[in-house]
Design a protein around this ligand. Structure first.
Ligand code: LLP
Length: 438
């Protein structure tokens, strides 16, 4: 639970802006980001690499939170980003993000998406499977365009995490299997393709990882495979991309290492392993998503109805829910909330925070200690910056909330609140036939 910044009246402050003033100005539900915290998290990653004097790249996994303003912020920070769809690529383009710093991921990129990426001149395509390798071989040759690629491999290692967000195991839809020999075959094929420039190997072992062990295993395994490839295939990658997945603290129970500790150990393990195998040091790329944005985000809601189930539970309902944060319903994810008008007030109740969606599973938090509350109070759910807005939906035809960036006491609206008109904008009415009883 990140430390809260309060003003003299004890109001929760975000990036130097009073959260109650934000709720008043922009209405609720509202996603608020302390962008200074995002810049700080990026600077922290950079510092670890620089302290270790290694070649590196930080590529923000923009699936965690993508808007035009966010791509601009990432561009200002001077780091790379990765996209996983034509839509993310389009948003990055609209933001003027330098295309040479974009990597394109995905296990089923369409021909149209690949063409879009080649037209845009993205820096790197992360090739996931043989279908895509063939497609890209054909497209690059037809266009006589050199395309820089990395191969994504399934290393046969998965980190201890929720099964839906764990991706490193061999039985996964992602990547060329290492243990089955697919990865070797893919390297041979990529090397044989005249217009493909294979620069690196990528793997991603999961998300919200709390232990170093998985990353150390991955480095050990990769470096030994690279050493074998150098002998057997005459190929040694310039870049080892270890993906993202660094865990963050959502509740007091979570005790993750600092994201920078993961990176420090990845670097040191890579130095040790390359020395042990007598192979060249690798350029290390990481793809943090959650660890750059999760704790920088807060969702502000207004409390409305409440319900007491005598002797069992008290429900407090907010004006949002699973449409703006699907993670509790989908992954059983935990969050903590505070009362924005004064997070220091003593707890007087234990309440479960319900959303407004027509589904019993629409619960944001179970058993949250809170001070006395009344309808109209602003509730701040903390650390919602990753995979909240980016996984938001219009379920029950609720408009999606606005997004505001705050820094140095200033707020900027970066995504407008959807209107009811937005909800029907793409709907096409049936032609009204006479026999239709409307
Ligand atoms: N790189 C690749 C190839 C990925 O697939 C992912 C996340 C990342 C990087 C960034 O991982 P992070 O640092 O954010 O853990 N919707 C889920 C998370 C899905 C993650 C998918 N891949 C959630 O809300 O927890």
């Amino acid at each position: 639970l990140s430390e809260q910044e309060l003003n003299e009246q004890h109001h929760l402050m975000i990036g130097g802006v009073d959260s109650l003033a934000l709720a008043k100005e922009y209405q609720t539900p509202l996603y608020v980001y302390d962008t200074g915290e995002i810049r700080q998290a990026i600077a922290d990653f950079k510092r670890v690499f620089e302290a270790n004097h290694v070649a590196y790249q930080i590529s923000y996994a923009s699936k965690a939170f993508a808007t035009v303003a966010m791509y601009q912020l990432i561009a200002q920070a001077g780091i790379h980003c990765d996209v996983v769809s034509g839509g993310e690529l389009y948003t990055a383009q609209r933001a003027g993000f330098p295309m040479a710093k974009v990597s394109f991921h995905g296990n089923n990129k369409s021909e149209e998406e690949l063409m879009m990426a080649l037209d845009a001149g993205v820096g790197c395509i992360m090739v996931d499977n043989f279908y895509e390798l063939d497609l890209l071989t054909r497209l690059s040759a037809a266009r006589q365009q050199v395309v820089t690629i990395m191969l994504r491999i399934a290393p046969g290692i998965s980190a201890h995490t929720h099964e839906y967000i764990s991706t490193g195991q061999e039985d996964s839809k992602f990547g060329f299997g290492l243990n089955s020999g697919q990865a070797d075959q893919a390297v041979r094929q990529a090397q044989a393709a005249k217009y493909l420039n294979l620069v690196g190997i990528h793997c991603h072992i999961g998300s919200q990882i709390f232990e170093l062990h998985g990353f150390e295993m991955i480095v050990d395994k990769l470096v030994s495979v690279f050493a074998r490839w150098q002998n057997e295939l005459g190929f040694y990658p310039q870049i080892m991309n270890v993906g993202g997945g660094f865990g963050v603290k959502y509740t007091a129970e979570d005790q993750p290492l600092a994201p920078t500790d993961f990176v420090d150990s990845i670097i040191k393990e890579t130095i040790a392993q390359t020395k042990a195998h007598h192979v060249p040091m690798l350029e290390i790329w990481i793809e943090p998503g959650r660890s750059l944005v999760a704790t920088a985000g807060t969702t502000l809601y207004t409390l409305g109805a409440s319900k007491e189930v005598p002797g069992i539970r008290k429900y407090l309902a907010v004006d949002g829910g699973m449409g703006d944060n699907i993670r509790p319903a989908l992954y059983d994810a935990k969050y903590e909330a505070v009362l924005a008008k004064d997070p220091t007030l003593p707890a007087q109740q234990v309440a479960s925070i319900a959303g407004k969606y027509c589904e019993s599973g629409d619960m944001l938090i179970w058993n949250q200690s809170l001070p006395a509350t009344q309808p109209g109070d602003v509730l701040a759910v903390l650390d919602t910056g990753a995979y909240g807005y980016s996984m938001a939906s219009n379920y029950n035809r609720n408009p999606r909330p606005a997004v505001v960036f705050c820094e140095d006491g200033q707020s900027h609206l970066v995504v407008k609140r959807e209107t009811y008109a937005d909800l029907t904008r793409l709907d096409v009415a049936l032609p009204v036939a006479e026999k239709t009883p409307l």
